[in-house]
Design a protein around this ligand. Structure first.
Ligand SMILES: NC(=O)c1ccc[n+]([C@@H]2O[C@H](COP(=O)([O-])OP(=O)(O)OC[C@H]3O[C@@H](n4cnc5c(N)ncnc54)[C@H](O)[C@@H]3O)[C@@H](O)[C@H]2O)c1
Ligand SMILES: [Zn+2]
Length: 361
């Protein structure tokens, strides 16, 4: 089992990553001094697959576990379901020293830890992420939240978990498309912070693609290390944490125009990363060969390298402008200047952005 510390002073915690470690969650949670009653928040899909094992493990460690099940889907990551969870927690009489265990992908993790952050002004939460995206991204770093009809992820808190427990074995039941989408965030870590890891993803592609445990473990571990490092430096995204948004400015626009239904988040980010690499080239930061390296990597993991024909560059630019207004900031891009290094760039002309959106990979 691998162990990574997320260094955040009194909010520091560990991420544990292993193969088949799901049954060990109870013993680990037992060492935290939580009161005996734990709420296990999950959705029907994940609960059917792994709920019994997690419950048994927690019960063997002396906890009384009550499940709180929310429906499966991004559309349920909203206030109505937060309110539902609050009601269940109150009925269960969870107290301030109780804990919530979030078992599932990023949707469950985001809403469950948001609920934990506001129930009685904050009780402990434990993340047990079961999708690749949640294992390498959403479960680490303490961003929690829900969607509002006026904006995605607009309501939330910074609230660090007490522990993140990652069993990479759970990825075997994950839909292939979801797995590939998670790989987009993994590739992102290589581009923004670690050229050696980027190389590793190239040379071990076959093993990673077929979920070989040793390589998969390395992929999840290295991704978590990079995210943990960045978050330790800038917990609340006042500076460097923004580099995690590489590929996301354009990616979010693509998701938004297509109503969040046509592409998975990782797929949109994959396109966004290629367009951003091209934008870096057009801005004189990156050579053509490296743009190609990025897009070859995206292709190798069966992800799309450019936005579809029917999304005209102007539509994407307009959507980014609206997004920019929503957060009262300026249109900024995270652009690579080589593999393993990025910078944050403001004030690029619409013309240059438009040209980068014509890139076809
Ligand atoms: N908090 C953050 O920092 C952060 C970062 C990135 C994304 N997010 C959020 O994460 C969410 C997306 O997360 P996601 O991609 O994990 O999607 P998800 O939680 O919707 O999971 C995808 C699908 O896989 C199913 N599933 C989960 N684990 C499974 C398993 N092991 N086997 C079989 N099926 C399984 C789920 O039930 C769901 O149907 C979005 O809401 C996004 O906003 C948050
Ligand atoms: Zn993302």
């Amino acid at each position: 089992m691998e162990k990574i510390r997320v260094e955040l002073e009194e909010r520091s915690y560990y991420i544990y990553i292993g193969n088949g470690i799901l049954d060990g969650i109870g013993e680990k949670a037992g060492g935290f001094g939580f009161t005996h009653h734990i709420a296990l928040i999950s959705n029907p899909t994940v609960f059917a697959l792994y709920g019994a094992r997690v419950m048994k493990s927690l019960e063997s460690a002396g906890f009384t576990v009550s499940e709180v099940i929310i429906p499966d889907g991004e559309q349920y990551k909203d206030f109505m379901w937060v309110n539902y969870i609050m009601g269940e927690l109150l009925k269960l009489r969870l107290d301030r020293k109780s804990a919530i265990v979030a078992l599932g992908g990023g949707v469950v993790g985001d809403i469950a830890c948001f609920a934990a952050s506001i129930y009685m002004r904050g009780i402990a939460c434990i993340q047990v992420p079961t999708t690749l995206l949640s294992q390498v991204d959403s479960s680490v770093g303490g961003k929690t939240g829900v969607n509002h009809f006026l904006g995605k992820n607009m309501i939330g808190t910074f609230y660090q978990p007490s522990l993140v427990w990652i069993d990479i074995d759970t990825l075997h039941t994950l839909d292939e498309r979801e797995f590939r989408a998670g790989m987009a965030e993994v590739i992102k870590y290589g581009v923004i912070r670690d050229a050696e890891f980027f190389e590793y993803l190239k040379t071990h592609k076959k093993a990673i693609d077929s979920c070989q445990p040793e390589q998969l473990l390395h992929v999840v571990k290295r991704s978590c290390e990079i995210k943990a490092d960045v978050v330790s430096e800038d917990e609340r995204e006042s500076g460097i944490r923004a580099i995690l948004n590489y590929g996301h400015t354009i990616g979010h626009a693509i998701e938004s125009i297509t109503g969040y239904t046509r592409f998975l988040h990782g797929e949109a980010v994959a396109m966004g990363m290629c367009h951003a690499a091209e934008l870096a080239r057009l801005s004189g930061l990156l050579d053509e060969g490296t743009v190609q390296d990025v897009s070859n990597m995206i292709k190798a993991y069966h992800l799309p390298v450019s936005s579809p024909e029917d999304l005209r560059p102007d539509m994407i630019i307009e959507s980014m402008q609206i997004d920019k207004k929503a957060v009262a900031g300026s249109l900024r891009f995270v652009l690579p200047d080589k593999i393993g290094s990025v910078r944050i760039v403001n004030g690029l002309s619409d013309d240059l952005i438009r040209k980068s959106l014509i890139y076809k990979g």
